[in-house]
Write a protein that binds this ligand. Structure first.
Ligand SMILES: Nc1ncnc2c1ncn2[C@@H]1O[C@H](COP(=O)(O)OP(=O)(O)O)[C@@H](O)[C@H]1O
Ligand SMILES: [Mg+2]
Length: 328
């Protein structure tokens, strides 16, 4: 506890962003209320992304009413792996990742065997709003199960690691790789017990990790080092994240992406109130970086210039990269 507090204080001196500043100066300032549904409902996010040609896990179907639960078999078809999630869920709650079938039942990614009735019950809970923001009625989304790229085998435990990038007005400002653990049940959400590992914006090399508010260098389940790992296709992830500004119109977002073994980088979801622990994983405060981006925006506004996603990525990589990009 004390160690964590000390870490937080030390970061504060280096421009750490607290929850009040995030809400007042970023979320409220840059995120228009009327645009929230685009990111708060994963079905709407997916439809938008598909229309813009941005890759997402394929949607197999939507269940909106109790009666439609009967359609589940048709939606799943003959598939033995798929994911069911609440369209308006958060923090990994209510998500069912089915990896296989087993003797008329299903096996989740963490090895639990569940029956068809249990899945139906889960969908029913989703519809009543058990997992939705504000407890409103919700829809259940059934989609392709992402199979993580082999690169993650040694540093992850079950499930799918994801890459979170915080994007301010289209400028990626900080990145983190989130690794599921035995504790997080195959999900990459930090408060479920996943690990957050900082990522160098310039190179895609992983930095140190944070787990349950402690600083770590090894994965607790696999004991392999989590730092110094080169994420593949890094510039691709950076450009994908930068382009999400044009996609949703929200100025301050957390973009969650995954690397599928066959389909490559995919957008999983967008968040309008991204968490602040990313600063611990990166050993760096967000405020210095967001201020640098805001200064650049001011400069360009005066000159009537806007930058493309590629130009924005180049700027942040030169400004915020731990290991500066080598000039050609
Ligand atoms: N299609 C999928 N295939 C495999 N794992 C998934 C899939 N969708 C989500 N997950 C796992 O669940 C976690 C949370 O999913 P996400 O869509 O980000 O919802 P939430 O808003 O609850 O965070 C992801 O980080 C990932 O580990
Ligand atoms: Mg998420």
């Amino acid at each position: 506890m004390f160690g964590f507090w000390k870490t937080w204080k030390a970061l504060e001196a280096r421009g750490i962003m607290g929850i009040n500043r995030r809400n007042a100066d970023y979320v409220l300032k840059y995120n228009k209320r009327s645009l929230y549904p685009i990111v708060d409902d994963k079905i709407i996010t997916k439809e938008r992304a598909m229309a813009a040609g941005i890759h997402v896990p394929q949607m197999y179907g939507i269940i909106s009413t109790e009666k439609e639960i009967d359609k589940l078999d048709d939606i799943i078809g003959g598939r033995s792996d798929f994911v069911i999630k609440p369209a308006q869920g958060a923090g990994g709650d209510g998500i069912l990742v089915i990896a296989d079938r087993f003797e008329g039942r299903y096996r989740t990614v963490s090895g639990k065997i569940i029956s068809h009735e249990e899945i139906e019950h889960q969908i029913s809970s989703i519809l009543t709003g058990l997992y939705s923001l504000g407890g409103h009625r919700d829809r259940a989304l059934i989609e392709y199960r992402v199979v993580p790229d082999q690169i993650f085998k040694s540093i992850s435990y079950e499930g799918v690691p994801d890459i979170r990038i915080i994007v301010l007005m289209g400028y990626p400002v900080m990145a983190m790789l989130r690794l599921p653990t035995r504790q997080s049940g195959g999900k990459a959400n930090l408060h479920q017990g996943a690990i957050g590992v900082g990522v160098d914006l310039a190179t895609g090399l992983t930095l140190r990790g944070t787990w349950l508010n402690n600083i770590i260098t090894k994965h607790p389940d696999t004991t392999n080092a989590v730092d110094g790992v080169q994420l593949p296709n890094w510039d691709g992830f950076m450009k994908l994240a930068a382009g999400c500004y044009e996609l949703c119109g929200l100025g301050y977002i957390g973009v969650d992406m995954v690397l599928d073994q066959e389909k490559g980088p995919l957008i999983l979801e967008l968040n309008a109130r991204p968490g602040l622990n990313i600063q611990i994983a990166n050993d760096c405060g967000l405020t210095l970086r967001t201020h640098a981006v805001e200064a650049r925006l001011e400069e360009f506004k005066a000159a009537g210039v806007t930058e493309t996603p590629e130009e924005r990525v180049k700027f942040v990589q030169e400004m915020f990269g731990h290991i500066p990009a080598v000039e050609a």
